[in-house]
Design a protein around this ligand. Structure first.
Ligand code: ZN
Length: 265
């Protein structure tokens, strides 16, 4: 148990290190995932050696500075690695060694870069959405085959279509009411991926309720503290991501709690 936990955590750190490459390169034009092969320091452009590229450890050993030019390395890098490792571990404790663990880890690997890129650049890259749909389809099909249950696949496919369609409806109604785009196209596409991984009922409803709730709290705090005007954009993707991860791990409990809150149970 301990050995597997350590292995899964280290795997998460390594995947997190790859996600850092995605987070850095995908939103920047002219950079792709596979070229250049080796990452360079964004400041002095000297290639980073493999021994300076060990997740978290290298950051600590280098004290957060480039070996060559001593420019500060963003804390984002070790943070993304630790978050990914921690979430992998959480998936293991929740699902054990099952296909659902693989589903959880794939989901985390997609959602971490989506949240980070949306928070920083206000976009959800199509490349990640496409990879998400392909991986989501593959894992959903695998689980269906393993369980001998085509209903699982069908439910999740319906959720993908309904999630995207429902989000589009909210976006159209929102723009009509507020007379400006209420939601980005990226959020609509993301909702399809969430549906594919989570299924429809009550999961997508939990995602919508939790993201709307946390989004309005954080939005309210930002407006109150920084004097951000009510109409300055706050990316919605990170809230969808947090809500989706909460639903994956504690969806049933959240749903029961919500039903109790509104007095249905
Ligand atoms: Zn440097």
């Amino acid at each position: 148990m301990v050995a597997i936990s350590i292995f899964i955590f280290i795997l998460g750190l390594a995947i997190g290190s790859f996600l850092n490459v995605c987070i850095y390169r995908i939103p920047r034009e002219g950079l792709s995932i596979h070229s250049p092969r080796r990452s360079v320091c964004p400041e002095c452009e000297v290639p980073i050696q493999f021994y300076d590229n060990i997740p978290v450890l290298s950051y600590l050993l280098l004290r957060g500075r480039c070996r060559n030019c001593k420019t500060k390395i963003s804390i984002v890098y070790p943070l993304v690695e630790l978050i990914t490792g921690g979430l992998f571990l959480l998936m293991f404790y929740r699902f054990g060694l099952t296909l659902d663990l693989l589903r959880g880890c794939l989901f985390v690997s997609l959602l971490v870069p989506i949240a980070w890129i949306d928070a920083r650049w206000y976009i959800i890259p199509n490349a990640i959405i496409v990879v998400g749909l392909i991986l989501g389809l593959a894992i959903t099909l695998s689980i269906s085959l393993a369980q001998g249950d085509w209903g699982y696949l069908i439910k999740h496919l319906i959720a993908a279509v309904a999630g995207g369609g429902g989000m589009m409806l909210i976006a159209v109604l929102g723009s009509a009411i507020f007379r400006k785009p209420a939601m980005g196209g990226g959020d609509i596409k993301l909702m399809s991926v969430l549906g594919l991984f989570l299924g429809l009922w009550p999961d997508l409803l939990v995602v919508i309720i939790v993201s709307a709730f946390t989004g309005s709290i954080v939005g309210g705090i930002l407006i109150a503290r920084s004097g951000k005007k009510a109409h300055s954009p706050i990316p919605y993707g990170p809230f969808l991501v947090v809500a989706a991860l909460l639903d994956l791990v504690w969806g049933d409990a959240l749903w029961m709690g919500y039903l109790r809150l509104i007095g249905w149970q």
